[in-house]
Design a binder for this molecule. Structure first.
Ligand code: GLY
Length: 867
């Protein structure tokens, strides 16, 4: 049975027993609690184990690609030295989410291996967790495994995904390759007993503090190593001898010129090449690319480790692309996407190999010098220099040193790294305020893939590859779906030269994101700021990137419109007009320029007319890329302050306007539609700003103005054309009505004054009265009117103009010895306030109108009047 046969046999066995067949998940897991790389078949089912989601099937089976480098399960150091460790492997598994448990899992596993796969029961051993009597009893009593072939173990029989997360006791199946009686797998740590299947009884969730919480349900999670099971089925000594590895080792033999089996140390190297070939191929296929951070660093280490092995084996030429090719030839039947991505993967590893080869020799000789000088330890600064200047991952330095029984000063290396991180953080802050590591990632992306291929001059929708998906800087957990997506090619224009970034969608086979804006993360690298609305989008996927075409068309109209406006302004105002900034958005354009004074309405009209004449002439717009000198000869205007390269893009917008520009434009001037200036004003000394609209925005504005005018005409009951006359007529009517009102009010005050004055003669020319509802000013007006009546010496009026307010006014006629302010001083205190000091006409206010009568009585008393 070959590998393809075994994958099929395994999944169909379980499919026949009610299991849904799940495809392999990517190597980059998405669950927040998942490890760095998918390290087991169960990773993709985390939400089901943790009770976060209801599984669509209670029984599932799969063949899962796994990587075990870094984290709890890290096999890299053993690779090549044992018969069964790999950085990349495939795990066959079956799962029960709250369905069958120990008995079901054990019975299914036994049936498959002894019946369908035909392994001799006498060669099978099992282990159980030290306290798991239940599992031991099932093996012994239900399955019939002799008690002496059931062994118990501690930590080895307690499987955990990582330092935290789902875990549980497990039971493992072993195949005995030996002859005669043996000690069993727990007592033999050699290669006689092959552990090929692990049945985990997943019951707990390990917390960060180490405690175990019960999972909502009791589950089964099994993992059978495809390579190990295959070695048993094919009756070979080790995984390396199976059909999954022999062709890769053969490729390594061909590339190095060494024969496998001749020298144990060379064999280790050949096996490492075969192993790393698979992991690098699959990692790049799933969107990891070599960088100095996280997953990218692991890949970088892997590729460089392989390159160094090859170098040691005498290989001078690039080896990784041919290793990738051999891997794909071998695996594409099971993983067809490898074939689709083949040239991409080969390119990524080839570039990384090339980079490393350029410093490998110098790094190795530096290290060799240290080692042959008898260094007992590789110092931190040396390890750092190897890393920083020669591209040696410290793990590689450590391995090479260990071959000579020398160690690396890890603390010294860590300190040197920390110092560099601090420095680059400071540098990063100074540069653009981006976070240091993020900026580094952007640089890595550019270095790895070159600048983004902007295809938006020709295409609105493109097929592209997702290079990376990064969380938006500073996004918190609830915004995890806010991401920055990087593509190898894109129709999305990144904000620049005044033109705002495009919006639209990015879709892959597994997800859809809305692009909210596009900017340059670093020059040349288009960053799509997006929110993932459906599923997931992962690096490595093929994507369809589509811009919002209507919005972009509106932007095009405004951009070419801006060029025409620039030209027309120079025609009308003179060549001193220089663009000082612009904003090209879908709904309008803004153009800032140098000019010494406000534009007259005639100048504005002339500019509009010139621009619209060109638009109606409908001349073509074209773009040419030419050397800078050629652009100057063409008379192209450059936007002051903008940086341009040696080769520049010149936009000829019709026969008159020629400008350097990287933006997107219409194909012919007629597409701009009507251009209308909506405002012109100053933004500083000799700097003016114009807002204008084009296309449908001009029409929208026209409609809006029409509506405003229509409503005004309706209110005035006039035709729109007669609006001005109607307004003039209404204003005249208003003025005469206001005059009439004023006269009437004055007459009313005089009437009241006469009435109040009528009573004065009885009081010796004094009037003290209350009038509510009049404010201070009205009270004063009334008081002075009363004072003007014959025989009146003094007037004091009080009243409450509004709730909580009291007002007092005193007016004294000329020739009396009374002082107005004195008259109401006490009264003002009574109503809780104070007032003016004027002797002829005094006003006071307070906030206790309830005591107004009392206050007025005090005035009467002061004047010697009867109350
Ligand atoms: N999750 C089971 C195993 O990896 O062995």
């Amino acid at each position: 049975m070959d590998a393809n046969g075994l994958r099929r046999a395994f999944t169909s066995f379980f499919a026949d027993r009610g299991h849904a067949v799940a495809p392999s998940a990517p190597l980059i897991p998405h669950h927040p609690r998942a490890p760095l790389f998918t390290n087991a078949g169960m990773n993709q089912f985390l939400p089901y184990f943790l009770g976060e989601e209801v599984p669509p099937h209670a029984r599932v089976t799969s063949v899962q690609k796994c990587v075990r480098i870094r984290g709890k399960h890290d096999d890299i150091e053993n690779v090549g030295r044992t018969s069964r460790h790999h950085t990349f492997f495939e795990m066959l598994g079956n799962w029960s989410f709250g369905d069958y448990f120990k008995e079901g899992a054990i019975a299914l596993a036994w049936e498959l291996v002894t019946e369908d796969l035909g392994l001799e029961p006498d060669r099978l051993w099992v282990t159980v967790y030290e306290t798991d009597d239940e599992a031991a009893a099932i093996w012994r009593d239900r399955i019939g495994v002799p008690a002496e072939r059931i062994q118990r173990a501690g930590v080895d029989n307690f499987w955990e995904m990582g330092d935290t997360g789902p875990c549980g006791p497990c039971s493992e199946l072993f195949y005995d390759r030996g002859m005669g009686p043996g000690p069993g797998p727990v007592r033999d740590d050699g290669e006689r007993y092959v552990e090929f299947w692990n049945l985990v009884f997943m019951q707990y969730d390990r917390q960060p503090d180490g405690t175990l919480l019960d999972l909502p349900k009791r589950n089964v999670d099994t993992g059978a190593g495809l390579e190990r099971l295959l070695s048993v089925l094919q009756g070979v000594e080790s995984n390396w001898d199976t059909d999954l590895f022999r062709p890769l080792i053969a490729e390594a033999e061909a590339a190095t010129g060494h024969d496998y089996g001749a020298d144990p140390e060379v064999d280790v190297g050949l096996r490492i090449l075969a192993d790393h070939a698979r992991s690098m191929t699959f990692l790049v296929n799933d969107g990891v690319f070599p960088t100095n951070e996280d997953r990218g660093y692991v890949l970088r280490r892997l590729i460089r480790r392989a390159v160094r092995q090859a170098y040691q084996l005498g290989v001078e030429n690039p080896i990784t692309p041919r290793l990738v090719q051999a891997t794909i030839d071998l695996m594409a039947e099971a993983y067809p996407d490898l074939r689709v991505n083949q040239s991409f993967i080969e390119g990524v590893v080839a570039r990384e190999e090339e980079r490393f080869r350029s410093t490998l020799r110098s790094g190795l000789s530096m290290l060799e010098e240290e080692l042959s000088a008898g260094a007992k330890i590789i110092s931190g600064p040396v390890a750092f220099r190897l890393h920083d200047t020669h591209g040696f991952p410290v793990e590689l330095t450590r391995e090479i040193a260990a071959e000579r029984h020398v160690e690396v000063d890890e603390a010294g290396f860590a300190a040197a790294m920390e110092r560099q991180r601090e420095l680059s953080k400071e540098g990063g802050k100074k540069e653009a305020g981006e976070q240091g590591p993020l900026r580094e990632t952007y640089r890595d992306l550019i270095e790895e893939f070159g600048p983004t291929d902007f295809v938006g001059y020709r295409e609105n929708e493109s097929t592209a590859r997702v290079l990376a998906v990064l969380p938006v800087a500073g996004a918190n957990d609830s915004e995890l779906r806010h991401v920055e997506i990087f593509l190898d090619r894109t129709p999305f224009y990144a904000e620049g030269g005044g033109q705002i970034g495009d919006t639209g969608t990015i879709r892959t086979a597994t997800g859809m994101a809305n692009v909210l804006d596009t900017t340059a993360a670093v020059p040349g690298l288009h960053r799509h700021l997006a929110v993932v609305l459906e599923g997931v989008i992962s690096a490595g996927q093929v994507a369809t990137a589509a811009i919002d075409v209507d919005r972009r068309d509106a932007i095009r109209r405004n951009h070419t419109g801006t060029h025409l406006l620039h030209w027309a302004l120079r025609e009308v105002l003179g060549p001193h007009v220089k663009q000082a900034g612009s904003l090209v958005a879908p709904d309008r354009l803004r153009f800032d320029f140098s000019h010494y004074g406000p534009m007259t309405s005639e100048e504005l009209e002339r500019v509009e007319d010139l621009a619209n004449e060109r638009i109606l002439a409908d001349e073509p717009v074209d773009a040419v890329s030419v050397p800078r000198a050629e652009a100057d000869r063409m008379g192209a205007i450059a936007f002051f302050g903008e940086k341009y390269g040696d080769v520049v893009r010149v936009i000829r917008a019709g026969n008159r306007s020629t400008e350097l520009c990287g933006g997107t434009h219409v194909a012919a001037l007629g597409q701009i539609g009507p251009l209308k200036i909506t405002s012109e004003g100053s933004i500083g000394a000799n700097l003016r700003r114009i807002f204008a609209t084009t296309g449908t925005a001009t029409l929208d504005r026209l409609r809006h103005d029409e509506q405003v005018i229509g409503r005004a005409a309706e209110l005035l009951r006039a035709q729109p054309d007669e609006l001005a006359t109607a307004i003039e007529r209404r204003l005249a009517e208003l003025r005469s009505a206001q005059d009439e009102l004023k006269a009437m009010r004055q007459a009313a005050v005089r009437d009241q004054a006469r009435q109040l004055a009528g009573a004065a003669s009885a009081d010796g020319g004094a009037v003290v009265a209350r009038r509510d509802g009049m404010d201070q000013k009205q009270l004063q007006e009334l008081a002075t009117n009363v004072r003007a009546e014959p025989g009146v010496r003094v007037v004091v009026l009080g009243g409450s103009p509004a709730a909580g307010k009291a007002a007092l006014v005193a007016a004294v006629a000329k020739g009396t010895d009374l002082v107005a302010s004195d008259l109401i001083a006490d009264a003002a205190r009574i109503v809780g306030g104070g007032g003016g000091r004027n002797p002829d006409l005094a006003a006071a206010g307070g906030n206790d109108p309830g005591r107004l009568d009392e206050a007025l009585a005090s005035v009467r008393a002061k004047l010697g009047l009867e109350s």
